[in-house]
Design a protein around this ligand. Structure first.
Ligand code: PLP
Length: 424
């Protein structure tokens, strides 16, 4: 299914021409397809049978209405702060479907999560385990936990989004983790439920997941032999998406074709050595659930030539979509109208921010565009709005959800008055 597509050389989301939205809403703004989100939820729910649980990683997209849509379809949430926990609860996610990861959980966050009776903390260090025990003891409540292990597996992704290697700050090296499992078992208020792992994001090669599956099986039996029974393995997220072939037409400028792994490829790999074990599995997809369901719509403000480059200066910048600046990430960019043109040129698409790193694409072969044209930045539903900022005095953008031929604002744009509210 592809709800974001060109019809007669005009970009549509569902039955809505994106240019029509731009007639009543000032660019830049995000446009999501409800049908695409529901389709992704359905794929995940189908692959992960009823016994297991999908907890959407809110860090990828924390729009309350989108999270609410997911909750309505039975999904839980993976949160990494009290703020995300608050949002997940407000979006209607049941606390017993919420897992809480992150290397730096503060005491007040732990207390809050214990009060809300979340499903489990994904514990990332020895000290954190002790702090959770102490707080739970003081509150006289049980603290359900998974211990996050770091299996030292190279996810072969961008180094900034690789999390499961010994040099990364996440989790506890598998060897050292055994002692922590034993210790957790001995603590009065800790209820040891399982193992957690997350080796990285945007994985397109499934072999690291297979390696991880194997390591988890070994760990499961090591624990079992020590008399430590668990009932859950929380497998994290990490499935990559295809940022290039995101629409069927026109093909991307490289003309290369690449078959991105499916949710089924991912679950087969990660469950390869685990499927026969009497366990419940939790999955924490972020990107693969939401990235390809949205576009960022920007306007061309100016075009500009130097002796070396041509720049397309647009009104969306790194404060709106930081992925290109942060990870040299690729997003397709095309005009909303007539994406195939006789004249093409190699350009840098840059934003208005006063930083040289403010770019959306570098040395990209694009159809020649003019001042005033509207462009779509594709695959920007994940780590888009949630990573955006007010840098350079810019308000965060509106998010618009298209449902067939209807659309509505599901988070309004920030106004300058909103800036002032923080001083009240
Ligand atoms: C613990 C954890 N779970 C899930 C995710 C979501 O990963 P992805 O968006 O790659 O699916 C992340 C992302 O960093 C994470 O750190």
């Amino acid at each position: 299914m592809n709800e974001i597509m060109y019809k007669n050389a005009e970009l549509f989301v569902g039955n809505t021409a994106v240019r029509e939205i731009a007639q009543s809403h000032r660019t830049p703004f995000w446009v999501y397809s409800k049908a695409e989100i529901l389709a992704n939820i359905a794929v995940w729910s189908q692959e992960v049978n009823k016994k297991n649980l999908v907890c959407f990683a809110l860090k990828a997209n924390d729009n309350k209405n989108i999270v609410n849509l997911m909750g309505g379809e039975g999904l839980g949430a993976d949160v990494v702060s009290a703020g995300e926990l608050f949002l997940a609860l407000k979006a209607g996610i049941a606390p017993d479907k919420i897992v809480f990861a992150g290397v730096g959980k503060q005491d007040f966050e732990i207390e809050y999560a214990l009060r809300q009776k979340i499903r489990a903390f994904n514990v990332e260090s020895e000290q954190e385990l002790q702090v959770i025990q102490d707080i739970a003891e003081r509150m006289n409540v049980p603290a359900p936990i998974h211990i996050r292990v770091n299996p030292d597996i190279d996810a072969k992704s961008h180094p900034y989004i690789t999390t499961g290697m010994a040099k990364n700050k996440f989790g506890i090296e598998t060897g050292r983790a055994i002692d922590l499992f034993k210790y957790a078992k001995s603590l009065s208020n800790i209820s040891l439920k399982g193992i957690h792992v997350h080796i990285g994001s945007q994985l397109l090669d499934m072999s690291p997941f297979e390696d991880c599956s194997k390591a988890l099986r070994e760990l499961y039996f090591t624990l079992k032999n020590l008399g430590i029974e668990i009932d859950t393995i929380d497998l994290g997220g990490g499935l990559g998406v295809d940022y290039r072939q995101v629409i069927d037409w026109p093909p991307d400028e490289t003309g290369e074709s690449f078959q991105a792994p499916s949710v089924e490829d991912y679950t087969s790999a990660i469950l390869k050595h685990l499927i026969d074990l009497p366990l419940q599995f939790v999955f924490e997809p972020g990107r693969s659930m939401i990235a390809n369901t949205a576009i960022l719509v920007v306007s061309v403000i100016y075009t500009k030539k130097t002796s070396e480059k041509k720049f397309i200066i647009v009104n969306g910048g790194m404060n709106d979509l930081i992925r290109p600046s942060l990870y040299q990430a690729y997003h397709r960019i095309l005009p909303l109208k007539n994406p195939v043109r006789e004249t093409r040129e190699t350009v840098d698409v840059v934003g208005p921010i006063c930083e040289t790193t403010d770019f959306l694409a570098k040395d990209r072969l694009l159809p020649k565009v003019e001042r005033g044209e509207l462009l779509a930045i594709f695959s920007s539903g994940a780590y888009g709005y949630s990573l955006s900022s007010n840098y350079n005095g810019r308000g965060r953008l509106a998010e618009i959800l298209v449902d067939g031929s209807k659309y509505k604002v599901i988070r309004r744009a920030e106004t300058y008055e909103d800036f002032l509210k923080l001083y009240e």
